[in-house]
Design a protein around this ligand. Structure first.
Ligand SMILES: Cc1cc2nc3c(=O)[nH]c(=O)nc-3n(C[C@H](O)[C@H](O)[C@H](O)COP(=O)(O)OP(=O)(O)OC[C@H]3O[C@@H](n4cnc5c(N)ncnc54)[C@H](O)[C@@H]3O)c2cc1C
Ligand SMILES: NC(=O)c1ccc[n+]([C@@H]2O[C@H](COP(=O)([O-])OP(=O)(O)OC[C@H]3O[C@@H](n4cnc5c(N)ncnc54)[C@H](O)[C@@H]3O)[C@@H](O)[C@H]2O)c1
Ligand SMILES: NC(=O)c1ccc[n+]([C@@H]2O[C@H](COP(=O)([O-])OP(=O)(O)OC[C@H]3O[C@@H](n4cnc5c(N)ncnc54)[C@H](O)[C@@H]3O)[C@@H](O)[C@H]2O)c1
Length: 553
């Protein structure tokens, strides 16, 4: 065993190109989260958000919350140097025994001390939505002094991505600093799940801007890009996906970007906010369409910003919407002042002598623009395990998991990067939406604490484009399936599609997906219908399957 550790250790370290001496790990003081952005904390403390973990008492440890970390006016960094945080038991030499007398676990600990390997009960790779919700359930279910380490390659502690392409653009001028927005009901929200001050203590540790580059399942070790090894009891892979990039001549220009993080929001908002800009958005999927609409509606007239949206399909959201609805939504976007170029593939983006960018399409057309946002889908981040083979779904991508969301013993996967078996649809799939990230995160988190619950939830998703184009959906809503639509009779001919339900049926005429357009709070009914798995003999049976009446919960 000991030889194994050394072998793996040297194998891991050899692969690491540069070992950062300025490591964030200290054996006497964990101090991972150096919370040096006091302004941000202050703003978070002042916001109206009802953060869930603030003041949470976990096995006698009160998380450092706003009262201590913020109002007292000291940063976590200062706080941590003052507090002598106890050393994790597994990092101290356990015994004076000779090697030959040690148990495997004692040998492991002794080697961990020698190599400076820190141990955590729970190691979470990735700091997105799935990670946050897993931790939430770990804290709820493990009252036995859990130690949790979150490793994120982003700078920021976990936050919500949906507002980045919607509500944040409608916020006031201070949005880049306070990251606050109003939700659809007018309630003020902040994108962060919890303020930064709840991270960086005996329970919760956060490593920022560092990537996990390897995972060894037998040894329960993860390797960080700075060469540090971490031992886990349970590990969660919640690495989401990376925006796809296109190989343009000007692909490295700072004004040719993808869009996924809060930093991307800040950069684009600052750029667009200067006014008098032309932006080109590539992609007619969720992101390209939402971002186009959000910028155009909120800064189009106000800041004289012109937008061109380009994509190869005939209309927006054509992966989900039947053709007629995709066409209608595209017309709505055009009506709001966006230049939409459908059925066009961008061949190249070049840098012009003027300093502007030139976008060239396959039909020989070209135009100058100030910024190009590439929104052409994501690639799941399945590059964390090299020393161990984890099965990757050849069809859908992502790590294959069992019903309990385990990829291997003690290794769980949640969110965009998980390929799971969907019990309601009788098929394996991967879902790139937040409700699924939340629910898989929760199930994985619970199971990591010793439960063994199958993931049988039916996640929903939603999108909001223009004021007249918004929906919620559940199940398989692939527009290639047969669809049956039921619409409320329009009162205005100009607005034919106000409120409706679209049913998606498989080859056996079973409803496998439901999209409720402008028709909210119907997801429970939609889930029940899908679960019935009953072939529809006459499509008219579906006329009243899901109501078009307002329902409030
Ligand atoms: C702008 C935008 C708007 C969206 N709007 C909606 C919406 O309205 N409705 C909806 O349902 N869904 C929406 N989504 C999708 C939703 O946000 C995702 O499905 C969700 O964020 C997935 O969560 P996740 O935790 O699996 O992955 P992510 O949120 O992507 O988090 C993964 C994290 O892991 C980090 N990471 C990756 N690899 C490593 C590594 N090797 N080491 C360390 N860290 C790593 C990443 O940097 C990232 O921080 C939107 C997405 C975007 C980008
Ligand atoms: N009843 C209505 O008239 C109406 C109108 C618009 C939107 N909605 C619904 O409200 C929800 C969110 O709308 P919004 O974009 O205005 O955001 P919101 O501001 O209401 O939601 C707040 C935040 O909660 C998050 N969120 C919402 N549902 C979630 C879930 N199931 N899991 C994890 N996070 C979730 C989102 O990230 C959002 O940023 C969607 O379900 C949407 O369809 C209802
Ligand atoms: N409301 C939501 O649920 C929501 C909102 C925003 C983002 N997201 C998620 O964020 C991720 C990124 O979104 P996305 O829209 O990039 O992915 P997507 O998969 O929804 O759409 C990809 C789009 O890329 C376009 N495309 C592909 N190749 C192209 C090319 N060469 N030139 C121009 N366009 C091309 C197509 O129009 C296609 O529709 C996805 O996981 C998505 O689910 C979800």
């Amino acid at each position: 065993m000991l030889r194994n550790i050394i072998k793996h250790q040297s194998k891991f370290i050899k692969r690491t190109t540069s070992i950062n001496s300025n490591t964030v790990f200290g054996s006497a003081n964990r101090g991972f989260s150096s919370s040096n952005n006091r302004q941000q904390q202050q703003q978070q403390a002042n916001s109206n958000n009802n953060y869930k973990w603030n003041g949470t008492k976990i096995a006698g440890i009160t998380l450092l919350a706003t009262a201590a970390g913020l109002l007292g006016g000291i940063s976590l960094e200062e706080e941590q140097t003052k507090t002598d945080i106890p050393v994790e038991e597994s990092t101290t030499a356990p015994t004076n025994k000779k090697e030959s007398e040690m148990t495997e676990e004692e040998l492991r600990r002794a080697k961990d001390v020698e190599y400076g390997i820190e141990s955590f009960k729970y190691v979470i790779i990735g700091g997105g939505a799935a990670a946050y919700h897993a931790i939430d359930k770990i804290l709820e279910n493990d009252k036995n002094n859990p130690t949790i380490l979150i490793i994120s390659k982003e700078y920021n502690v976990p936050y919500q991505r949906p507002p980045l392409s919607k509500n944040l653009w409608a916020s006031g001028d201070n949005v880049v600093e306070d990251l606050e927005y109003s939700d659809w009901s007018g309630k003020k929200q902040n994108i962060f799940f919890e303020p930064e001050s709840v991270y960086g203590n005996e329970v919760l540790n956060f490593v920022r801007t560092l990537k996990v580059i390897d995972l060894h399942v037998d040894e329960r070790l993860v390797l960080l890009e700075d060469g540090k090894l971490i031992r886990y009891e349970k590990c969660l892979i919640a690495t989401g996906g990376e925006p796809r990039r296109l190989n343009f001549s000007a692909k490295n220009d700072p004004n040719v970007t993808t869009y996924r993080t809060v930093e991307d929001f800040k950069n684009l908002y600052n750029f667009v906010g200067e006014g008098n800009k032309h932006i080109t958005v590539l992609g007619g999927g969720f992101l390209g369409s939402e971002l186009t609409c959000a910028i155009s509606q909120n800064l189009g007239e106000k800041k004289n910003v012109k937008i061109t949206q380009v994509f190869p399909e005939s209309g927006v959201l054509s992966n989900v919407f039947p053709d007629y609805l995709s066409e209608h939504a595209t017309e709505e976007i055009k009506r709001s002042g966006v230049q939409v170029l459908n059925k066009k593939l961008v061949k190249d983006v070049e840098k012009a002598e003027s300093g502007k960018l030139v976008v060239k399409t396959d039909d020989g057309n070209q135009w100058e623009t100030d910024h190009v946002v590439v929104a052409v889908g994501i690639v799941p981040n399945t590059n964390v395990a090299n020393s161990t083979t984890l099965e990757i779904d050849p069809k859908n991508g992502g790590y294959v998991v069992n019903a309990e969301l385990q990829a291997r013993s003690n290794v769980y996967v949640a969110g965009d990067v998980a390929s799971y078996y969907d019990f309601s649809l009788n098929t394996r799939r991967r879902v790139e939406h937040i409700d699924h990230a939340r629910a898989t995160g929760e199930t994985a988190g619970k199971n990591m604490t010793g439960k063994s619950e199958p993931y049988t939830y039916q996640p929903f998703f939603w999108s909001d484009l223009t004021p007249g184009v918004g929906f919620e959906a559940v199940g398989n809503t692939d527009s290639k399936l047969k669809t049956f639509s039921v619409w409320e009779k329009p009162t205005d001919e100009q607005k034919p599609y106000n409120k409706g339900v679209i049913y998606y049926l498989n080859d056996n005429n079973v409803v496998v997906g439901v999209l409720c357009y402008g028709n909210y709070n119907k997801m429970a009914a939609a889930r029940s219908l899908i679960l019935k798995k009953k072939p529809v003999k006459d499509l008219n049976e579906l006329q009243h399957a899901i109501s078009l009446k307002e329902e409030h919960h």
